[in-house]
Ligand binder design. Sequence first.
Ligand SMILES: *Cc1c(COP(=O)(O)O)cnc(C)c1O
Length: 458
Amino acid sequence: MELPFAESYKIKMVETIKKSTRKQREQWIKEAKYNLFNLKSEQVFIDLLTDSGTGAMSDKQWSALMLGDESYAGATSYYNLKNTIKELLGFEYFLPTHQGRAAENVLFSVLIKEGDIIPGNSHFDTTKGHIEFRKAKAIDCTIDEAFDTELEHPFKGNIDLQKLEETIKKYPKEKIPFIVITVTCNSSGGQPVSMENMKAVRKLAGQHGIPIIYDSARFAENAYFIKKREKGYENKTIKEIVKEMFSYADGMTMSSKKDAIVNMGGFIALNSEDIFKKATVFNIMFEGFVTYGGMSGRDMNALAQGLDEGTEFDYLDTRIKQVEYLGKKLTDFGITVQRPYGGHAIFVDARKFLPNVPKEQLQAQTLAVELYLESGIRGVEIGTLLADRDPETRENRYPALELLRLAIPRRVYTNNHMDVIAVALKNVFDRRGQITKGLKIINEAPIMRHFTVELDKA
Ligand SMILES: *Cc1c(COP(=O)(O)O)cnc(C)c1O
């Protein structure tokens, strides 16, 4: 008999989580203005708000912390991380930052001017925020297949080369400072980009002299999918695949809170000394001196260790199989989720789940609130709230997909938790016919409104 699958680690430290009653949760979510970001963590039983910074560090990472060098300049921890980045990702130059959006802020301060065009695959919200903040425009060139949740396609994060070429031809070259490739593509459901696609984009960009920057938060999960799904890569190690992926990029921004399995941190890595030098000025201004950026020495040490562990096959296999386990349960219950299952999260199609709630009443947010009320599970809306208003017309943008994201923290929950999540969502699904009213916006910020928005029952 074939042995069943089991985690590639065992547990050394535990943290208690609290259950609550429906009555308590009704009170709490009302006080939170129906925005799950406003809940206290003690009011949450299973927290799937994000996989960002919520992972469990390993014993080796915790011990790396103790060897952190807190020197202001030239710390050993900085060189340790610099060497790891060079060895693993291949970039000569790097700047530490306090998290991914800080890396965007610093790098985009060098690269983006007002009126610029940044083509890419479903830009992440902070990436888009930093582009639009500079009065530039993000153009989504993701393949159309990505927007059909039920369609099976191995690389739904891919860039549509025709859309990209049209965009490049439509604007003068100097208006396109770079192309961004997000690996994996969060906004379209944690979907990977194939190596073939990265190569093709490299070729096209090369013909027009346009640099490519990878938004790399989940690059290791992307590499895992390449190994599993792309011909010619089945026998390569994750580290070999990662090295090849980045060989087609000119630089990267990284949120280390994802695939590097640390609780805080980020970086920029580059091939160009010129851009590095320019970015250094902004890094010193916004983040900190070159050799620490926004990070302490100990955190850089834990990050270097995390990058190494995060690109090991057994770890990735455990993680991605857990996400798949949850996805399969939901599919078996008849719930429509984004297929194939993503790397870091399961995305529930809220439009199909709550067809009786009008889109103006925020279907995915309504579903997120219902799931919380049912069970104390906190997911997050990836839909109309996140899509924000058009910066020019100020109209709501209704995105192609209206999703509830259930992000799975790394090495944190067991499959028993996955079982609870699946049944809780099924219970909401069973009474979906009675859910006809959604939510309305009472108060919102001018940019990235989803974090602080205040809502009420419609
Ligand atoms: C999380 C993330 C960011 C931003 O990083 P933070 O560390 O949250 O600031 C940027 N791009 C992608 C794809 C991400 O997932």
